[in-house]
Design a protein around this ligand. Structure first.
Ligand SMILES: [Zn+2]
Length: 404
């Protein structure tokens, strides 16, 4: 369901106005009843295809936290817009590369001894993990992703694969793999349980599944501002407890949870004949509340920086998903935003909170402050703004403004 986002002032994250009914059953245990913990109205561009207004619920039976979004129809359209493109110049960011090193390091420590292990990466995108494994000598690799351009690219690199989803039935893949990777996949899916049960058929007996996803238990300490991890793509929020409830047909062989780069839970499960009991965890609701409402030490600095903008005229430089989140979860949306600019031509012309995103050249006659929102590369963005000849005062929102 698309909801009207044309109002220039959108009441964003709030705990009020929650609805007790849920339209979505628990993605972990399928129980139909859940409680709304928080109501969200995400700031997104006009004509955005994903649902941006919903509640964050927790399951009455198992406690798992999830977005009470409508069934899949509008999500498919969004993810399909990734496919069929020719992103031959796909750029891997330094952050993605470091996160991938942590994945591969974890897998190596779990004793993936034989280089001939049959490994499938489901939701592999352009195959950063598969390529790393191949560099380390693994030679029986398989790629699955809905993105046709990604699979075409990997096949050109000599890695076998096919386009598809974790929930697609592929009889030819049954009983084929020693290890299946689900890396940053389950938090996106409307039916993660269906996906896990489906890919389990592709495993050999005693086969293993590696699951990596954002760790709800680390949201509070890791977020640059309250609510950061609550956006439109991640519709399930897992703690170790809720992941164990999802993986009841498996036994956990190893896990780690680290905030390095990104708060991640890395887990390895082995297929089991025994079904584990479901347990209730009350902690997840508390994690949701805390990470949406209380600023951590890191978050306080950002909120103070935003408060310091006062009523000064500002222009936001660079309008990304990160900025949508800032506008959703902080008072930045109530600041005196006169312009939003982005050097990316695809961004220009989009409208956000009633403001049209323009080319930075628009700011040639602007006398107010230029605000850099992003955490990454803020210093190099500032240098680039100076090199373009802009003399405006520049404010970096993330981090301590006095820190060099
Ligand atoms: Zn449940």
């Amino acid at each position: 369901m698309l909801l009207d986002q044309k109002s220039p002032v959108v009441a964003a994250a709030s705990s009020a106005d929650v609805t007790p009914r849920s339209s979505r059953s628990c993605p972990v245990c399928c129980y139909p009843e859940s409680e709304a913990v928080w109501h969200l109205e995400l700031v997104v561009p006009e004509a955005f295809s994903l649902q941006s207004r919903f509640s964050v619920n927790t399951c009455t039976r198992c406690g798992a936290a999830f977005h009470d979004v409508d069934p899949q129809a509008d999500r498919n359209g969004y993810y399909e817009s990734y496919t069929g493109s020719d992103r031959i110049h796909y750029q891997i960011t330094a952050e993605q590369a470091r996160l991938n090193d942590l994945t591969v390091g974890f897998l190596e420590r779990q004793g993936l001894a034989s280089k001939g292990l049959a490994i499938a990466d489901v939701g592999c995108s352009f195959g950063i993990t598969l390529m790393s494994l191949r560099q380390r000598g693994f030679n029986n690799l398989y790629a699955i992703d809905p993105d046709r351009a990604a699979i075409r690219y990997l096949m050109q690199q000599g890695i076998a694969g096919r386009t598809g989803l974790a929930t697609d039935p592929f009889p030819e893949l049954e009983n084929k793999f020693d290890l299946i990777l689900l890396r940053h996949v389950l938090e996106h899916l409307y039916s993660p349980l269906e996906a896990v049960n489906n890919v389990a058929k592709w495993l050999k007996p005693k086969g293993k599944i590696y699951i990596e996803l954002p760790d709800l238990a680390l949201f509070f300490e890791s977020g640059p501002f309250p609510g950061f991890f609550f956006e439109y793509e991640h519709i399930n929020h897992f703690s170790l407890c809720s992941l164990l409830n999802l993986m009841r047909g498996f036994s956990l062989t190893h896990y780690e949870s680290t905030s390095e780069i990104y708060p991640c839970l890395r887990t390895l499960f082995e297929k089991s004949d025994v079904m584990q009991p479901l347990s209730f965890n009350a902690k997840d609701a508390q994690c949701v509340r805390e990470s949406l409402s209380l600023p951590s030490k890191k978050g306080k600095v950002v909120l103070e920086n935003i408060a310091r903008l006062g009523t000064r005229e500002i222009a936001l430089w660079g309008v990304s998903k990160f900025v949508y989140r800032l506008l959703t979860h902080t008072q930045l949306r109530n600041c005196n935003i006169r312009h939003m600019v982005d050097r990316n031509l695809q961004r220009q012309g989009e409208r956000l909170l009633g403001v049209t995103i323009e080319s930075p050249e628009t700011l040639r006659s602007f006398k107010g402050d230029i605000v850099i929102c992003g955490e990454n590369s803020a210093v190099s963005i500032e240098n680039s703004i100076r090199s373009l000849g802009f003399k405006n005062n520049i404010v970096r929102l993330m981090g301590d403004p006095d820190a060099k």
